[in-house]
Each structure stands twice: as C-alpha cells, then as structure tokens.
Design a protein around this ligand. Structure first.
Ligand code: SF4
Ligand code: SF4
Length: 299
C-alpha cells in the first residue's frame, strides 16, 4: 500500500492528507463523490450501464444523479456536517469527460464556494487530451485513468466500441484509438505536474498477464500509483455483459499480480471502489444522509 515509506517526498507531501492514498489519512480525512456525469463515450464489456461506472465506482450500485448546482449544494452541506471533508471526486456514473459541461460546471461552482476542497476526477481517458488545459486550470489535484491494456488486440476483447468525434469505432481500430489517447493524456497531465493514478481491471484470461506490461507503460509515463482492481463478476447484477461466463480473479491471483508489479512502482491496495455518490471517511458510506431531498430541504 502507499505510505510515506514508498512514495517520493514531493508526492507524499501532496497526498498525505488524501484519504485514498494514505492509510493514515483515511481515518482522519473524508472524501465524497458526486454523480453528475451520466453519459459514456466508450463501451467496456464489463460495464452495466444501469449501474455506476465500474472503473472507479463499485459496479452494481446505482447513484443518485445530480445537476452541477445540486452537486455544489451537496458539497457545502456535507462539508458543514463532516468537518474532515477534504476531497471531492467526480467518478461517474458514466465518464466525467464524456460530460465535460457538467463536470467542469461542478468544479467551477465548488472552487468558487469551497476553494479549500481538493478536486479529483476519474476517466477512461478517451477525451482526456482535449481537456488537459481545463483540468489544469481548475487546479485539479489528481486524475485517475482506467487503463486495461496497451495492446489493441487485447483491447478489442475488452471494448466493443468507442465513440469519438461523432463516429463509432469498433474492434482493433477502436482499441488503438483508446490506448493512444489514454497514454497521450497521461503524458500531458504528468508533464504539467498533475498527479495521475492508473486503475486497471484484472480480467482473467484476457488482460491478467498483460497488466505487467501496462504497469511498465504507465510508470514510464509518470503515473504515481497503479491500482489493479478485480473484475467483479456478479451474475445477480447481470454485469460483464459481453463476457458471458467471465469470472473475476481470486484474491490470490490478484495479490500475485500486484506482487509481480511491485518494485516497478507503488501499488495501491486499499481502494474501495467507492460508489459514484460515496460520502464520508473511506470505510464508511454516509450517502443516505445526503439525498437530494434532504440537501434541497437544507438552507
Ligand atoms: Fe461503463 Fe465506465 Fe466503461 Fe463507460 S468507462 S463503459 S461507464 S465501465
Ligand atoms: Fe478513493 Fe478508490 Fe474510493 Fe476513489 S474509489 S474515493 S480512489 S478509495
């Protein structure tokens, strides 16, 4: 796990108060996600659009969608109730950068009304190169990019299509476009000094061995953490549509892969795949206290 021992000092200074990156901080600092981004610009085989984006938010839960104004109001309400609130993330339920107006309007409102709150964002990366300047302009603290492959042949088994510049791409062509855009976006962010974490979903028999290569590719482009998450194959939720019968990794398989990447760079092992409207300290979920009805009734 990430701790002061494994991270370079200048990065540790930036993340030590961040509940997701510091085992210590996650007992003292709270984070919240606001679900303002419903649309997505790609299709992952493991996604079920009825639920939150599986890239950062736990699949199989439905978050309450908010307008940017409702989200800003919610952030203020939470910050006044939970004094440890330090980080606001936008992680779905679709892709935040497939909904740039909503995402950036939310950041604008919050940076005006609650300038001390750190902003973060997670994305599949397809639209990332187009938005790097805006992200830097909002002083976004860190960005999470979900990168499941750097080989388009493998990508074609994970992504049935991507939608880019008014056109739908499929197969290897789609995966090539996605990996190029992801790696370009990662480089552009790290060049500007914005912290980047990479998430990867481990899909046994599809990208499990390949993630060692992904680990090298993202490390060489400046990612500061690599978070390998298990595919959650929950038949009762009807997830993993395109991958019928696809299983998730066992705990041992996940740990073995994380271990073989360790030494290459810092591995994150305590991400909780929080829901897109999670509120509170990392181990807790207080989202039920802050539903739209309750927020709108607060003055
Ligand atoms: Fe679903 Fe997220 Fe993939 Fe979009 S990026 S298809 S919301 S898992
Ligand atoms: Fe932190 Fe992971 Fe939860 Fe995001 S999903 S808030 S990185 S623990």
């Amino acid at each position: 796990s990430a701790g002061s021992g494994d991270l370079p000092t200048e990065i540790w200074e930036k993340v030590k108060n961040h509940p997701c990156y510091s085992e210590e901080a996650h007992h003292h600092y709270a984070r919240m996600h606001v679900a303002v981004a419903p649309a997505c610009n790609i299709q992952c085989n493991y996604c079920n659009r009825k639920y939150d984006c599986a890239n950062e938010s736990r699949p199989g839960v439905v978050s309450e969608k908010l307008s940017p104004e409702q989200a800003a109001k919610k952030v203020l309400a939470v910050a006044s109730t939970i004094p440890q609130m330090t980080v606001l993330g936008i992680a779905g339920p679709g892709d935040p950068l497939a909904n740039p107006e909503k995402t950036f309007k939310t950041f604008e409102l919050i940076s005006r009304t609650a300038p001390d709150i750190k902003l973060c964002l997670s994305t599949n990366g397809l639209a990332l190169p187009d938005h790097v300047d805006t992200i830097a302009g909002f002083n976004v603290d860190h960005v999470t990019i979900t990168i499941n492959m750097v080989d388009p042949e493998i990508g074609a088994r994970i992504y049935p299509w991507v939608f880019w510049k008014h056109k739908r791409y499929t197969g290897v062509e789609a995966a090539k476009l996605l990996t190029d855009r992801q790696l370009q976006g990662l480089e552009m962010l790290t060049e500007r000094g914005i912290l980047c974490k990479v998430n990867s979903v481990m899909i046994p028999g599809v990208n499990d061995r390949h993630l060692i290569e992904v680990n090298k590719a993202v490390k060489s482009r400046g990612a500061f953490l690599h978070n390998i998450m298990p595919l959650i194959s929950a038949a009762e939720h009807g997830t993993v549509f395109g991958l019928t019968g696809q299983r998730g990794p066992s705990a041992q398989e996940l740990k073995a892969l994380q271990d073989s990447c360790e030494g290459e760079m810092n591995m994150m092992r305590h991400c909780r795949q929080c829901r897109a409207d999670a509120v509170g300290l990392l181990g807790e979920d207080r989202s039920a206290e802050f539903t739209t009805d309750k927020i709108m009734a607060m003055e």
